[in-house]
Ligand binder design. Sequence first.
Ligand SMILES: [Zn+2]
Ligand SMILES: [Zn+2]
Length: 389
Amino acid sequence: MSRRQVGDVSGKRDYYEVLGLSKDATDTEVKRAFRSLARQHHPDKNPDDTDSEKRFKEVQEAYAVLSDPDERRKYDMFGHEQPGGSPFGPGGFQGINISIDDLFGGGFESIFSQLFSGTRGTRRNRGQDLLVHHEVPFQAAMAGLEDEIEIDVLKVCAKCDGTGSESPDGVRECPTCDGRGRLQRIERAGPFTKQVVSDCPTCRGEGRIVQDPCSGCRGHGRASQAKQIRFMVPAGISSGTRLRMRGHGEAPKGNRGNSGDLYIQIEVKSHPWFERDGPDLLMALPLGYVDLVLGTEIEIPHIDGKSLSIKVPAGSKPGETLTIADRGLPGARGRRGRGSVTVLLKLDMPGRVPRGLRKSLEGMRDQIGTDMDSLQDRIRDEAIGRRRG
Ligand SMILES: [Zn+2]
Ligand SMILES: [Zn+2]
């Protein structure tokens, strides 16, 4: 089974698709695509055209995210389903009133650069969230599973305890930003003035300067280390479910604040014969003509440890289904009860008939084979039944 793309339940188009770009587009290509599409769909050029208005906003939102390195990285990882909700806040993207002059002159970058600054202050003190994919056997959906993974994750460097420096006094506060890591300035864009927040260029947003970098982490204060993580896969789980491991993401910069979270996205491996619809299971049972006509009882091993007995009544037809209640999977999230198993009956036609069997079949034809005299009536009856549905 190929690994499933992270599903998109938001109903939103992919940002790269909106801008007509590939995932590895450069910043210049992102900007060029935005400028061209924004001009094309600008409301001044398309008065009273709601389609263009929607496209204009969509293009803006895609550009806002893809032009911001942090937001783009997170989008590449999580898609439209960001763990903390929309990066634009609870209301989602609201649209920006860009004048068409800004699109020609290039005054639009600063309008976008401050979009995320409001939320970033709190986020800065937190390490990045991580997403990993993990496959579990089908049986885990039945019984749950205690599982373990090993990941490489940025943790606080043990050698320098996150200071990034070999010696206690080798690190000092950045004089340019007074340790805040960010600079604020007032900028004019058209008739408006606005506050623009950007990373401090002296310390690259770290807020401090290391004079004698630690050899364990090269002064970053964090180093990639292997980490074992044990977790419970709950019974009833389906593919695409994300388990959140609070605090198991990346350590924050500078050992200030909390680690991010780790999300483990579970992919449930397929079963050799069952298809799954939530807690319900579906299988096909190929039987010979005689078994369908006379009926039979079949026992097969089942995922709950007890054998599954399927009673096929006499006179069954291919395409009919039998439902066995309470032998499916448990409901997700502790919901009570179990789903059902539905068995689709199929006629298994032999490819080649051995000579001995051929004789018995010919004997059978004499007794229960097609009666040529009433054949026309039966063809007509079949058509009537079929058309009636
Ligand atoms: Zn600084
Ligand atoms: Zn270190």
